[in-house]
Design a protein. Structure first.
Length: 250
C-alpha cells in the first residue's frame, strides 16, 4: 500500500484560522504532514489550529500573510523556504464573500473578492509551483465552490472568482503535469462555517431543497476530499474538480 504522503511532507494551508482551512490542516497533520497554518487577521484562530495539531502529536507552524498582496505572499514563501526548504502540498483555501445583486454591486466589492479568491489563489500557486518544479514533485488543491460551476444569485463576484479558480486549476494541471505537479480543485456546496452564518437562514430557505442529503456539509467532509486529492493516493488525478455538495450538482 502506497503511503498517503511521503515522509517529511510539508504543506501550506491558506486561511487555516478556522472553517474548512482548519479542518484541512488537522486532516493533513493526522496523516503525518507538517502543516504551515496561514492566516490573515485571526491570529488566535490560527494559534488554535496549531495547538490542536500539536496536542494531537503533529507538527506545524503559523504564518501571517494577506494572499491578495503579491508582496506579502512572496514574503510568506521566502520565510517558508528558509524555515522548511519548501512545500510539497498547497491547499489554496483562503477566501471571502461580499454578496449583493449585480446591479447594486460597487466595484470595490467585486474587486476585493476577485483579489482575494482568484488573484490570491494565483499568487500562492505561482510561488508553490516554483518550489515544486525544482523538486519535480508537488500537489496543489484549490478550494473552489459549486457556485463556480452553476452560478449563484447575489454572488456575481464570488461565483466569478470560483469559476476562475476552476479554469486556473485546469490550466495549471496541463501546464505542469510534465514537471510532476498535480493541480486539482474541490468544489464544496454549503458548508457549516463562519462564512455562511450571516446568511444561513436565506441559504437554507433557497437551497436546502436542492440538496439530496437535506443538510449542509461539515468542514471535515471537505477536508477529507482535499486531503485525498493532495495525497499519493490521487497520483493519476490532475485537473479534476471534485464536488463535495451533498449531491446538489449531481
Ligand atoms: P471562513 O471560515 O470564513 O474562513 C476563511 C479563511 O480565509 C479564514 O481563515 C481567513 O483568515 C482566510 N482569509 C480571508 N482572506 C484572506 C487573505 N486575504 N489572506 C489570507 N487568508 C485569508 O470560510 P470557510 O467557509 O472556511 O471558507 C474556506 C474556503 O472554502 C473559501 O475559499 C470559501 O470560498 C470556500 N467555500 C466555502 C463554502 C461554505 O459554504 N462555507 C462553500 C464553498 C466554498 P483570517 O480569518 O485570519 O482573516
Amino acid at each position: 500500500m502506497i503511503p498517503m504522503f511521503d515522509e517529511g511532507t510539508v504543506a501550506l494551508v491558506t486561511g487555516a484560522s478556522g472553517g474548512i482551512g482548519r479542518a484541512c490542516a488537522l486532516e493533513l497533520a493526522s496523516h503525518g504532514v507538517t502543516v504551515i497554518v496561514n492566516y490573515c487577521h485571526n491570529r488566535d484562530g490560527a494559534a488554535e489550529t496549531l495547538n490542536r495539531i500539536l496536542s494531537a502529536g503533529g507538527r506545524g507552524a503559523i504564518i501571517q500573510a494577506d494572499i491578495a498582496s503579491e508582496e506579502d505572499t512572496e514574503r510568506m514563501f521566502r520565510k517558508i523556504q528558509a524555515a522548511f526548504g519548501g512545500i510539497r502540498v498547497l491547499i489554496n483555501n483562503a477566501g471571502i464573500i461580499k454578496d449583493g445583486y449585480a446591479m447594486m454591486m460597487p466595484d470595490d466589492a467585486f474587486r476585493q473578492v476577485i483579489d482575494t479568491n482568484l488573484t490570491g489563489t494565483f499568487h500562492c500557486a505561482r510561488e508553490a509551483l516554483r518550489m515544486m518544479a525544482a523538486a519535480e514533485k508537488g500537489s496543489i488543491v484549490n478550494i473552489a465552490s459549486t457556485t463556480g460551476i452553476t452560478g449563484s444569485v447575489g454572488q456575481v463576484n464570488y461565483s466569478a472568482s470560483k469559476g476562475g479558480i476552476i479554469a486556473l486549476t485546469k490550466t495549471l494541471a496541463r501546464e505542469y503535469a510534465n514537471r510532476g505537479i498535480r493541480v486539482n480543485a474541490v468544489a464544496p456546496g454549503y458548508i457549516e462555517t463562519d462564512m455562511i452564518q450571516a446568511n444561513r437562514g436565506i441559504y437554507e430557505k433557497q437551497y436546502m431543497h436542492m440538496i439530496p442529503f437535506r443538510r449542509f456539509g461539515q468542514p471535515e467532509e471537505v477536508a477529507t476530499a482535499a486531503t485525498f486529492l493532495a495525497s499519493n493516493h490521487a497520483s493519476y488525478i490532475t485537473g479534476a474538480v471534485l464536488t463535495a455538495d451533498g449531491g446538489m450538482t449531481a
